[in-house]
Structure formats: C-alpha cells, structure tokens
Design a protein around this ligand. Structure first.
Ligand code: KG4
Ligand code: ZN
Length: 371
C-alpha cells in the first residue's frame, strides 16, 4: 500500500536504527532512484550513560534499552514531522550488521508496524545506510569513493549503485574510532573519546613521540590501528613508570601524536584509494561518513588529498555521519528503485558484509558491530 504515492513518485518512509548503542527513528520524503531526500522529523536516543561504567557497550543492556525506546523515538520522529502513522508509505529497519539483541528489537518492532498497518517492510544493511548518505544530502551520481570510518568499521568502498559496493581496502584489526575511544579512556579522558581526544590534541606537540604509521610500507589501501594503539599506551606507561604519572602536557602530546599518526595514515591510504578508483571509474567524488569523519584534523587532511587528486569532496553533516534513522530510510528509498520489499520473515543478520565478493577482513574492530 503506497498511500501518499503521488505522480512524482514521492514516498514517506519511516527509518529505524538499533544496531549498536543509538536508538533512532526518522521520517523522510524521497523519490526512489533520485538523489536528495528531505528529513521531515528525527530522534536519536544515545546510551552513553547506560554503558559508561563498563568501558564499552554491553549488548544485553543495549538490547533492553532499544526495546524500551523504539516506540518513543518513533513517536518523537513522527511528532517532529507533524505526521501520523497513516502518512507512512514504508517501514525501513537496520537488519544488520550489528549486535544481535538490538537488531532483533528493531526488526521485531518494524515487523509489528508493517504487519499492523499493512506497510511494505525494508531490511537495510547499516553500512549501506552510511555509504549512501552522501546522496541523501546532495545531487551526487554514482560512482563515488566512500571512506567509512567509525567506531566499528573502516573501509574504502567504490559505490557504483544503490546495492553495488566494492570494498577496495579496510582495517585488518581495530577501527580508528575504537582506537580513539580506547586511548582516550587509557588517558583518563571523558567519553565520548573521539571528540575529547581531538580537543586535547589541540594543545599538544604532534612530533614529540615517534608513533608508527601502520601499513604504509605495504601496497594497497588496507589499514591497521591496533599496533598504533599499543604504541601510544606503551609510551604513556613508560612515562608513568619514569615519573610516577603523566602531566597535562604529556597527555596533550600523546593525543596530538596519536591523532597525527591516524591522520597521516588515512591521508596516504586515501590517496592510494583515490588513484585506484580513478584508474577504474574516472575522477569523481570522495565522500566520507562515520563518527571519525567528524574529526576536524582528519577531515581537513582528507579534503586536501581529494583536491590534490582532482576529486570533489563531500562530507555530510556530523549528525548524519553518526548513527541515525534517516540513513536507514534513505537506503530503503534507494533500493525501492531496484526491487521490492522484504517478507515478514526478514531475519536479523549480525554479520552482513556489504561486498559479499570481497575476502573477509582479519578483523573489523573489536566492537565489530558498529559502523
Ligand atoms: O559512526 P559512529 O557514531 O558510531 C559507530 O561507530 O557506528 O562513530 C562513533 C565513533 C566513536 O568511536 C567516536 O569516538 C568516533 O566515532 N568519533 C571521533 C570523533 N567524533 C566521534 N573520532 C575522532 N574524532 C572525533 N571528533
Ligand atoms: Zn554506524
């Protein structure tokens, strides 16, 4: 039933996200197959306060919180849009990858809504949601190169269609956001670690410590952050052993050195990815997504590399780089142009690689589930 479908083919889509530690819903208006959607209303409820004491996301706590809050975020998103459920044409939900409890909470909620209101149901790959976000906000054509860098993932994707993603490279161990979070925690910075570490780095000397630039000696655009994370921790522990603690200046220098190493590595690997992409698809656009893409130093470095390689640059606003419901709804809108909805036996898929043809990575970050 496509209640508000008009001659222009517009659809009003409810998108739900619960794959990690954000419970989110959004209502968007989109024309399937065409870029640029309109976000009519959105709500995100984070869970930092629930997991703070544990040093990471506790899956069971996350799942319970999602189950309790999915209806609240849906009501809030509809309220902001000034719409009732009767205005919705389709329900989209993150069906993977992610933490199984949260995914199940979202998928069950979406199925209930779809069955109860007779609406088509779209199970969306969360990574596709991130990778397609640039087309939600801009008139961007396929193909383009996407660097997705978040707390659970880091990969270069050649995006050639709404469901066509080729992974050109990615992290073989930790995700960069995970390294930011772990180091911030080790240095006693408040959560969320990424922004806190970035702020601390501003006052530091990036050259005092000689941290490794991982995998620069290896061809291609794979990345690794586990060794760098360990190097920073060791440098900190050595200072503690020698002086009985670290000073404020030590901490700023450690942060600046770490951020400089991540930036330099991402910069060089992005240059290589751009060149490989250009050889195959021509020079188009470099787009970024994921929480790490909110880091100003990293953003500036990547923008400069794109310009040097004659690529256009597209970084969606921060609130759309991090997890939200609009990107789920948008991925469904993109897919509608190609094929129909899912059946009500749609499964939740904790592991769901975007590029099924690519060899599995050695690791995808210990959180493994976020993107
Ligand atoms: O995309 P996101 O909201 O969640 C998923 O991982 O899916 O990304 C969150 C990650 C966290 O690890 C956070 O520390 C990192 O992105 N992050 C940052 C910054 N803001 C968020 N890392 C570096 N600098 C930042 N400013
Ligand atoms: Zn994500």
């Amino acid at each position: 039933m496509q209640r508000s479908a008009t001659l222009t083919g517009e659809r009003i889509i409810l998108g739900l996200e619960s794959s990690c530690d954000d419970t989110a819903a959004a209502v968007i208006r989109a024309r399937p197959g065409l870029p640029r959607g309109t976000i009519l209303g959105a709500e995100v409820l984070g869970q930092d306060a629930l997991h703070g004491a544990f040093g990471g996301v506790v899956p069971e706590i996350a799942a319970r919180a999602h189950a309790e809050r999915l209806d609240l975020v849906t009501e809030a998103a509809l309220g902001r849009a000034g719409l009732g459920l009767e205005a919705i044409d389709a329900v989209a939900v993150t069906a993977g990858p992610g933490l199984i409890g949260g995914l199940l909470a979202g998928v069950m909620f979406a199925k209930g809504l779809a069955a109860g209101r007779g609406l088509p149901l779209y199970g969306v790959n969360h990574l596709a949601g991130h990778a397609l976000t640039p087309r939600l906000v801009a008139d961007l054509d396929f193909p383009y190169l996407m660097l997705l860098a978040s707390g659970g993932h880091c990969q270069f994707l050649a995006v050639t269609g709404p469901e066509a993603f080729h992974r050109m490279g990615g992290t073989i161990d930790d995700a960069p956001g995970e390294a930011f979070d772990k180091i911030a925690r080790h240095l006693g910075l408040a959560a969320p670690g990424g922004p806190a570490l970035e702020a601390e780095a501003l006052g530091g000397d990036p050259d005092r410590f000689d941290f490794p630039r991982p995998l620069l000696d290896r061809e291609g655009c794979d990345l690794s952050f586990a060794g760098l994370k360990t190097a920073v921790r060791r440098a900190c522990d050595r200072l503690v052993a020698a002086q009985g603690g670290i000073t404020r200046a030590d901490r700023a220098d450690l942060c600046a050195g770490f951020q400089a190493a991540v930036t330099a590595t991402l910069e060089e690997k992005t240059r290589r990815a751009l060149r490989a992409f250009a050889a195959r698809h021509g020079t188009t656009t470099l787009a970024v997504a994921g929480g790490v893409a909110a880091n100003r130093a990293i953003r500036a470095a990547l923008e400069a590399v794109a310009a040097a390689e004659a690529f256009a640059w597209l970084a969606p606003p921060g609130a759309l780089c991090t997890d939200n419901g609009a990107i789920t709804a948008w991925a469904a809108a993109e897919r509608m142009a190609l094929r129909g909805p899912d059946a009500l036996d749609l499964p939740a898929r904790p592991r769901w690689p975007l590029d099924a043809a690519a060899a599995p990575m050695l690791g995808s970050g210990r959180k493994g589930a976020k993107a």
